[in-house]
Write a protein that binds this ligand. Structure first.
Ligand SMILES: [Fe+2]
Ligand SMILES: [Fe+2]
Length: 370
C-alpha cells in the first residue's frame, strides 16, 4: 500500500480552531503517513494581508505543532496556485497518494481554481461536513463526517482589533504570538486609551462598531471599516489651540487652512487624525487614510469606505440627536441615500449656526446631484 500525504494549505490569516478541527478530522479519517501544512505566500483568493507572510508562518507553526510546516509556497515569494504545489509534491513523491483537505466554502468554488481538471487528478479531495454558505460541493469530494466550528478569519481579525473575546476561537499559542507581535492592530485600543478622553474613546469605538456592522451592506472590508472608525478622531488628542500650529509644523495640505483656522479650527482634527494614524499607528492603507482625512468635510469622488466613515461618524450609537437612529436604519439598507441625507444634514446644521461654511461640503453636494 502506498504512503499517504495529507496536505492542508491556506493563508492562515490567522489560523483558528476551525482550521485545527478540519485537519484533525482529516487525519482521523485518512490516517496519513505525513501531514503537510502549507501556508500561502499570497492567497489566490484574498487581497493581501495586513500581516507579513513570515508572521503567518509563525502562527501556523503554533497552530499545528504536530504537523510538518512546508515553506514551498512561502519561499517562492509570489502567489502559487495549488496545481503547481501538487505537481511538485507528486514529482517529489511519485509513489505516494496525496490527499488535499479544504474548507467547504472553497470546495464549492472548485471550478474557479486554476486548472480544476488537472487538480482533480492530482489528489484525493476532502472537505468538511458543513454545507457551504453559497454553491454546491462537487460530487468527487469526500466528506469528513464531523461538524466543524463555524469560524471566519475575517471576523476574527476584526474581533482582535476591537478587543473582543476570541479565546474560544483560537489556540492560546497563536493568540500569544499575535499579542507579542502586535498583529491585527491589537495594540491600537490600549494606545487610544492613553491619548483620547473617555468620551472620545467611547465615540471612536461606537463608530468602529457601526462601520463594522454596516460593512457588508456597503461592500467594504470589515477590518478596514473598524480600523478607520477607531482612528478617525485621533486628532482630537490635540487641543484646539494647538491644531493650527500642528498642521503648519507638519505641513499638512488642507483646503483653506487660513479660513478654517480662523472660523472653525476644530475641523482641522480630521487632517491631524490622518497624520497621527500614519505616523503613530503605522497605517499605510490609502483608503483608510482617506476615510479618516475626509470624515468631517468630505471630498469629491469619495470611495465606499470614506462615505461609510462619514456616515457612521454622524449617526453612531453614542449620538443622541433625534434623527440619529433613523439615519442608522437608512444606512443599513441604502448607503447612497444615507450619505446624501448625512451630507444634507451637515450643511443644514452649518447654515443654522449662521457662521462661515467651508465650500467643500457644498461642492460635494453639487457633484452628487447634478
Ligand atoms: Fe471627527
Ligand atoms: Fe467622530
Amino acid at each position: 500500500m502506498s504512503a499517504k500525504i495529507l496536505v492542508f494549505g491556506g493563508s492562515f490569516d490567522p489560523p483558528h480552531k476551525g482550521h485545527q478541527a478540519l485537519l484533525k478530522a482529516a487525519e482521523e479519517k485518512i490516517h496519513p503517513d505525513r501531514v503537510l501544512v502549507i501556508p500561502a505566500y499570497r492567497s489566490p483568493w484574498k487581497k493581501d494581508s495586513s500581516v507579513l507572510p513570515e508572521e503567518r508562518l509563525q502562527m501556523a507553526k503554533r497552530a499545528f505543532p504536530e504537523a510538518e510546516i512546508s515553506q514551498i509556497e512561502m519561499r517562492a515569494r509570489r502567489r502559487v496556485y495549488a496545481v503547481e504545489t501538487l505537481k511538485r509534491l507528486k514529482k517529489e513523491n511519485p509513489d505516494c497518494e496525496i490527499h488535499f483537505v479544504i474548507g467547504s466554502d472553497l470546495a464549492a468554488r472548485f471550478d474557479e481554481w486554476k486548472s480544476p481538471l488537472e487538480l482533480r487528478k492530482l489528489a484525493c479531495w476532502w472537505t468538511a461536513f458543513r454545507p457551504p454558505k453559497n454553491g454546491k460541493i462537487p460530487s468527487f469530494f469526500n466528506s469528513l463526517s464531523r461538524a466543524m466550528p463555524d469560524i471566519s478569519s475575517t471576523n476574527l481579525r476584526t474581533d482582535l482589533l476591537m478587543g473582543d473575546e476570541v479565546s474560544g476561537k483560537m489556540d492560546s499559542r497563536v493568540l500569544e504570538w499575535i499579542y507579542k507581535r502586535g498583529l491585527y492592530g491589537v495594540s491600537n485600543l490600549p494606545r487610544l486609551k492613553k491619548i483620547l478622553k473617555p468620551e472620545r474613546l467611547f465615540h471612536s469605538i461606537s463608530v468602529a462598531r457601526l462601520s463594522r456592522k454596516l460593512s457588508s451592506v456597503w461592500g467594504v472590508d470589515p477590518f478596514e471599516a473598524a480600523l478607520a472608525g477607531l482612528l478617525h478622531d485621533t486628532g482630537r488628542s490635540i487641543p484646539i489651540s494647538g491644531m493650527k500650529p500642528y498642521c503648519q509644523k507638519r505641513r499638512l495640505r488642507i483646503p483653506l487652512l487660513r479660513e478654517i483656522s480662523a472660523y472653525q479650527p476644530i475641523l482641522l482634527h480630521a487632517y491631524i487624525s490622518e497624520d497621527i494614524s500614519r505616523r503613530m499607528f503605522g497605517i499605510k492603507n490609502a483608503d483608510i487614510l482617506k476615510a479618516i482625512r475626509h470624515h468631517t468635510l468630505g471630498a469629491l469622488a469619495m470611495g465606499k469606505l470614506e462615505r461609510l466613515i462619514y456616515v457612521c461618524d454622524t449617526c453612531s450609537e453614542d449620538r443622541n440627536y433625534s434623527e440619529a437612529a433613523e439615519l442608522r436604519e437608512l444606512a443599513a439598507r441604502d448607503p447612497q441615500e444615507a450619505f446624501l441625507e448625512c451630507l444634507n444634514g451637515k450643511i443644514r446644521h452649518a447654515l443654522s449656526l449662521r457662521g462661515w461654511i467651508h465650500p467643500l461640503p457644498i461642492q460635494v453636494w453639487n457633484s452628487l446631484i447634478l
